[in-house]
Design a protein around this ligand. Structure first.
Ligand SMILES: *Cc1c(COP(=O)(O)O)cnc(C)c1O
Length: 382
């Protein structure tokens, strides 16, 4: 079974696991216990991890708030800003191709009396910046645009988007889950004010993430979703998951040192995959622009075949999906946003390439997909 779903999750790197293990057993302290060594050691490990996560995105460690993952970070960003900036307004701007945790947080904001402008994308997955400029008003609290899309890999021009938002006094939040550690992402170079991250998309453990909250130019605050002991500078109470946070730090450090080389390797593999699939399958459609895209992402549609049959035929040999893991079986809302009809959206595959993908894996996938598509097309009256 070959794994091609690195956008859904990644295995924990062995180096990361080694770093985590002592914090389950002998170093088990509560990072908030201040009276003795167990607590100090846990606290020190958390602060080191905070520095590594901050360094990955060009932030300061005090700007990192640990959460249970990016779903929570996106909720905290949007609902937390909505509450903290009520005096400014209640308007948010986001995009149809965002992750469900952003879209559904925006729905909650709307239900609670806020106003959300949901922008469409161009057929290649990119945002029309003129449309964005028109959507932002002096009462817009924040614009939320993801750094890299989790289905079609499209990279957003964040610096330009930040400039448009800031011109009207709005903040920029970005879901940077798929970009962080994969392509250069720096909160200052891109002018981002708030950013969501998660460890399990960059070879760390599941169940830990972070929200970057800018502290200078301007100083940003978010109201907490979870009240309690005032951990994480009051923005996220609850005893810290020390082993997971240590793993997140180790994963961030690894990603930072390997990123340039790994991105080049993945781009070569992605090109090999696309060339191979094009040789095998007539009429292949690439979803999303190839010009500004995560190197490890390919998303393709296969006209004239049944999507369900495609996935069922492949699932014994290759782990690949037709969209985000959370909404399997429904046509992807991202592909629909590109204008794909339901049948074609279902007859699509998202390939996520990662740290352990090889040339041989790619060649095998091309052969398997080619075989299945030919068989299904031969069976189909269309
Ligand atoms: C996976 C993912 C999330 C959710 O992260 P969790 O830590 O699994 O909650 C949010 N946004 C994007 C773009 C993702 O790919």
């Amino acid at each position: 079974m070959i794994y091609f779903d690195y956008h859904a999750t990644t295995p924990v790197d062995p180096v990361v696991l080694d770093a985590m293990l002592p914090y389950f057993t002998e170093k088990f302290g509560n990072a908030a216990s201040r009276q003795y060594r167990y607590g100090w050691d846990a606290k020190e490990a958390v602060e080191q991890a905070r520095e590594s996560v901050a360094a990955l995105i060009g932030a300061e460690s005090k700007e990192i708030v640990f959460t249970s993952g990016a779903t929570e970070a996106n909720n905290l960003a949007l609902k937390g800003l909505a509450d903290a900036y009520r005096a400014r307004g209640n308007h948010f701007v986001t995009v149809t191709t965002e992750h469900k945790s952003v879209l559904d947080s925006c729905k909650t904001i709307e239900r609670q009396g806020g106003e959300v402008t949901l922008l469409p994308v161009e057929p290649d997955g990119q945002l029309d910046l003129d449309r964005l400029r028109q959507a932002v008003t002096p009462h817009t609290v924040a614009v939320s645009v993801m750094a890299a899309n989790n289905e079609i890999g499209t990279l957003a021009p964040l610096a330009a988007i930040a400039a448009l938002a800031h011109e009207k006094g709005a903040l920029l939040h970005t879901d940077a889950v798929q970009a962080a550690g994969k392509v250069p992402f720096d909160v200052n170079a891109s002018g981002v004010d708030v950013a969501s991250l998660t460890a399990h998309k960059l070879y760390g453990p599941k169940g830990v993430g972070a929200l970057y909250v800018r502290r200078r130019n301007p100083r940003v605050t978010v109201s907490p979703l979870i009240d309690g002991g005032g951990h994480e500078r009051g923005m996220r109470s609850g005893t810290l998951n020390v082993p997971a946070i240590v793993g997140f730090g180790a994963a961030a450090k690894l990603a930072r040192t390997q990123m340039d080389e790994e991105a080049a390797r993945l781009l070569t593999l992605r090109t090999r995959l696309l060339d191979g699939l094009r040789r095998q399958v007539e009429g292949l459609i690439v979803n999303g622009t190839l010009a500004a895209r995560l190197p490890g992402n390919l998303n393709v549609s296969f006209p004239g075949i049944d999507g369900e049959a495609l996935l069922v035929s492949l699932c014994e040999d290759i782990a690949v999906s037709s969209g985000a893991a959370c909404t399997a079986a429904e046509p992807s809302h991202v592909l629909k946003a590109l204008g794909r009809k339901t049948d074609l959206a279902l007859a699509s595959l998202r390939f996520g390439l990662g740290r352990w993908t090889t040339d041989a894996d790619v060649d095998e996938a091309c052969a398997r997909v080619g075989e299945v598509v030919h068989r299904l097309r031969a069976m189909s009256p269309a």
